[in-house]
Design a protein around this ligand. Structure first.
Ligand SMILES: C[S@@+](CC[C@H](N)C(=O)[O-])C[C@H]1O[C@@H](n2cnc3c(N)ncnc32)[C@H](O)[C@@H]1O
Length: 285
C-alpha cells in the first residue's frame, strides 16, 4: 500500500536555503473571516510569522491597548485601524461591543484581524470573542502569541520551569472582570500546588494576594519578582519577599503592565539575567 502524498513534506524538500516570506504558502485570509491573533508581550520581533502574515493581509485591524504601536507599522497600507482599548482612563469598550463590531466587520465582508497583547487565550478574552463569532456563524482562526507570563519571564532570566526546581507553574489573574480580587481562586491550593506562580494584573491586589498565599502555607521568604514593560527596552524588574510585599509597595510603585512571579526564582535570575544594556538597544526585541 502506498502512502498518500504529504504536501508538508514536499514543501520542506523543495525549500532549501533562503525563502522569501511573502512567497510562503500561508493559509488564505478570506474576506468575511476573523483572525484572533496574539501580538506577543511587546517586543515586535516576538510576533509570530502567522501574525505578520495576517497584518499584511487584513482589511481591518482591531487592536488592544497593550499592543505595541511599533507593531502596527507592519499593517499593510490602506488597512483600517480600530482601537479597542482603554483611553484616557475612560472605561474600555464593552466586550459585547467589541464582539459585535468584529461580527459586523466580518459581514461587510472584510478580513478582520483582532490583534491582542500576548496570547489571545491567556487572560485576553479571546475565548469570549471566539464564542461570539461561533454563535454568529463567522469563521475564525486563532493565532497564538507569546504570553507576557512566558516572554516576560524569559526576558527577566527566569525559566518558567526547570528540572531542578520548577516542575510546575501556575498562571493566575489578580483581578476579575469587576476589578476585584477573584473570588473563585482557591488560594490555599495555589499556595502549595506549584513552586512558581505567575500572576497577571496582580499589582492592585498584591498585598491581599501575598497575605492569602502565606495564609495558605506559602513561605513568606519566597521571592516576588515584578517584571514591568516586559520585553521592551524600558523593561524594569523589582524584587521583594512575599512577607514584605505591603511594606515594599508603600515605598515602590511598579510600572504597569507588570507580571508578578512568586517562587524561589532569584537564584536563576542571578545567573541568567541576560537582558542587559546592549540587548536593549534593538527596538525589535
Ligand atoms: C488583560 S491581560 C492580557 C494578557 C495577554 N493576553 C498575555 O497573554 O500576555 C493584561 C496583563 O498582562 C500582563 N502584561 C501584558 N503585557 C505585559 C508586558 N509587556 N509586561 C508585563 N506584563 C504584561 C500584565 O499583567 C497586564 O496587566
Amino acid at each position: 500500500m502506498t502512502n498518500p502524498p504529504n504536501p508538508a513534506q514536499n514543501w520542506t524538500e523543495t525549500a532549501p536555503g533562503f525563502a522569501r516570506l511573502d512567497a510562503e504558502p500561508f493559509p488564505a485570509f478570506e474576506p468575511g473571516t476573523v483572525w484572533l491573533v496574539g501580538a506577543g508581550p511587546g517586543a515586535p520581533g516576538l510576533m509570530s510569522l502567522m501574525a505578520y502574515h495576517a497584518m499584511q493581509q487584513a482589511d481591518v485591524v482591531v487592536y488592544d491597548a497593550l499592543v505595541n504601536p511599533d507593531i502596527l507599522r507592519w499593517v499593510r497600507p490602506g488597512a483600517e485601524l480600530v482601537y479597542a482599548g482603554k483611553r484616557g482612563g475612560k472605561p474600555s469598550a464593552s466586550q459585547r461591543d467589541i464582539s459585535e463590531r468584529l461580527i459586523e466587520l466580518a459581514r461587510a465582508p472584510a478580513r478582520v484581524l483582532r490583534l491582542k497583547g500576548g496570547d489571545p487565550f491567556i487572560f485576553g478574552r479571546g475565548g469570549e470573542e471566539a464564542q461570539a463569532l461561533k454563535q454568529a456563524g463567522v469563521a475564525f482562526r486563532i493565532v497564538p502569541g507569546i504570553s507576557a507570563g512566558i516572554g516576560g519571564l524569559a526576558y527577566a532570566g527566569i525559566p518558567a520551569t526547570h528540572r531542578d526546581l520548577n516542575h510546575s507553574v501556575i498562571f493566575l489573574t489578580g483581578h476579575d472582570a469587576t476589578g476585584a480580587l477573584p473570588a473563585n481562586v482557591d488560594w490555599r491550593a495555589v499556595a502549595t500546588a506549584s513552586p512558581v506562580i505567575v500572576m497577571y494584573m496582580a499589582i492592585k491586589h498584591l498585598p491581599e494576594i501575598a497575605a492569602a498565599l502565606i495564609a495558605g502555607g506559602r513561605d513568606p521568604a519566597d521571592t516576588v519578582t515584578i517584571v514591568s514593560n516586559a520585553t521592551l527596552p524600558h523593561q524594569s524588574v523589582l524584587e521583594t519577599r512575599l512577607g514584605e510585599v505591603e511594606a515594599f509597595l508603600a515605598h515602590n510603585t511598579p510600572e504597569t503592565p507588570a507580571i508578578v512571579v512568586a517562587g524561589k526564582v532569584e537564584h536563576w535570575r542571578s545567573i541568567l539575567d541576560w537582558f542587559d544594556a546592549p540587548a536593549r538597544e534593538s527596538p525589535i526585541g
